[in-house]
Design a protein around this ligand. Structure first.
Ligand SMILES: [Zn+2]
Length: 383
């Protein structure tokens, strides 16, 4: 098997489920073991590699070739963590190669693109020092919270171009929505269920908020629409309240997911919701909105020269590749803080991501190495 297939197999064999908001990161949760593997791999190939601590037990690995920190720099970013494996119907950590595909958790999301970026970096390093900084950012925590890419922005300077590696089948994703999540809480007053008038029912209060949010959904569909990405959306995903069937509930919370278009900032989305609920005549009581996460939408200009180069590189390997938007969010939401273009492109099919039998095409994976090499070389030549 080829070098990139072998590397991907080694990485699939190391569990790295995103720990999310867990407190312990013991395998299979957490990215430290896969992070150590990537750092060791860089060392073995004499590529400068740094561990960037992000949170207790969580770190990114930043590899670099080329001149010192002052040079114009391109960043290749993929993530170390995967989603959970409990629903899988194939062995998650025993990577098999059959039917022209590599099978296992993370095969396409996101260890395939990461392995392709690593082999590309190694190949480029063998061609002598490039005329620009080439950085590999292997980020932790993409699946839940995106804390790795948020920190990575502080670890690299003079960034002029970014490539986010996700399985896009070589399409170049130039825009995606942002996502803001909140927990909303209502308080009541407990009482015996036989005497409800003595209490205040926190679930009834929340019911009015839920109704207002349901109505807000159609307002957003009418008023907040992006020509390519479609409308902003809002959804109540979790509702929980009360303690016992015979008690008037004293507290209730909902978790709400709001998808933003590029014209909206997460802060605006929060303020819009707050003022809408506060001015609603049915909601004549206090409630609390706590942000759980805030990620802005991404929109790069397809006319940007770097984006055009990336598309040309992709089309040189996959003639059907085109500019696309994505329904999902990526680390680009944080990496755009470099004020550099952040296209998302990579081998594999997002339709295989997070699935019970995740896999990636060997052909795509191998072409992925070539894709990232070509993108970097075009960037360096464009100086
Ligand atoms: Zn991913």
């Amino acid at each position: 098997v080829s070098e990139v297939v072998q590397l991907l197999q080694e990485m699939i064999a190391i569990p790295s489920i995103s720990p999310g908001y867990r407190e312990s990161f013991e395998s299979p949760y957490g990215e430290s073991e896969i992070g150590e593997f990537v750092a060791g791999w860089l060392r073995n190939h004499r590529i400068d590699g740094q561990r960037q601590d992000v949170a207790p037990g969580r770190f990114n690995v930043i590899g670099r070739i080329g001149p010192d920190i002052a040079a114009r720099t391109i960043v290749l970013c993929s993530h170390l963590d995967t989603v959970d494996v409990s629903s899988m119907t194939i062995p998650p950590y025993d990577p098999q190669v059959r039917d022209g595909r590599v099978w296992g958790r993370g095969a396409c999301d996101d260890k395939g693109p990461l392995a392709a970026m690593m082999i590309a970096l190694k190949r480029l390093s063998h061609e002598g020092s490039p005329g620009a900084g080439v950085v590999l950012a292997a980020a932790c925590g993409e699946e839940i919270g995106m804390l790795g890419s948020a920190a990575a922005v502080d670890a690299v300077q003079n960034v002029e171009a970014v490539v986010v590696g996700e399985p896009t089948l070589f399409d170049v994703v130039y825009a995606h929505k942002g996502v803001v999540r909140w927990r909303i809480t209502t308080e009541g007053k407990s009482a015996h269920a036989a005497s409800p008038k003595l209490g205040i029912n926190a679930i009834y209060r929340m019911g009015r908020i839920i109704q207002a949010i349901e109505e807000y959904q159609s307002v957003l569909a009418d008023e907040r629409r992006h020509p390519a990405l479609g409308p902003a959306t809002i959804n109540v995903g979790v509702a929980a309240g009360g303690s016992q069937i015979n008690v008037v509930p004293e507290s209730c919370h909902i978790d709400v997911d709001r998808r933003c278009i590029p014209a909206e900032t997460p802060k605006q989305a929060t303020e819009d919701l707050r003022s809408r609920l506060e001015s609603d005549g049915r909601i004549d009581f206090d409630f609390k909105i706590e942000p759980l996460s805030e990620h802005a939408a991404v929109e790069c200009d397809p006319e940007n020269p770097f984006l055009k180069q990336v598309l040309e590189c992709a089309q040189s390997l996959e003639p059907n590749a085109s500019f696309q938007t994505a329904p999902y969010a990526t680390d680009a939401t944080n990496l755009q803080r470099w004020n550099a273009p952040t296209p998302v492109v990579g081998p594999g099919d997002m339709a295989d991501a997070h699935t019970a039998a995740e896999s990636i095409s060997v052909e795509q994976l191998e072409l992925g190495v070539e894709l990232y090499c070509r993108i970097v070389k075009r960037f360096i030549d464009g100086a």
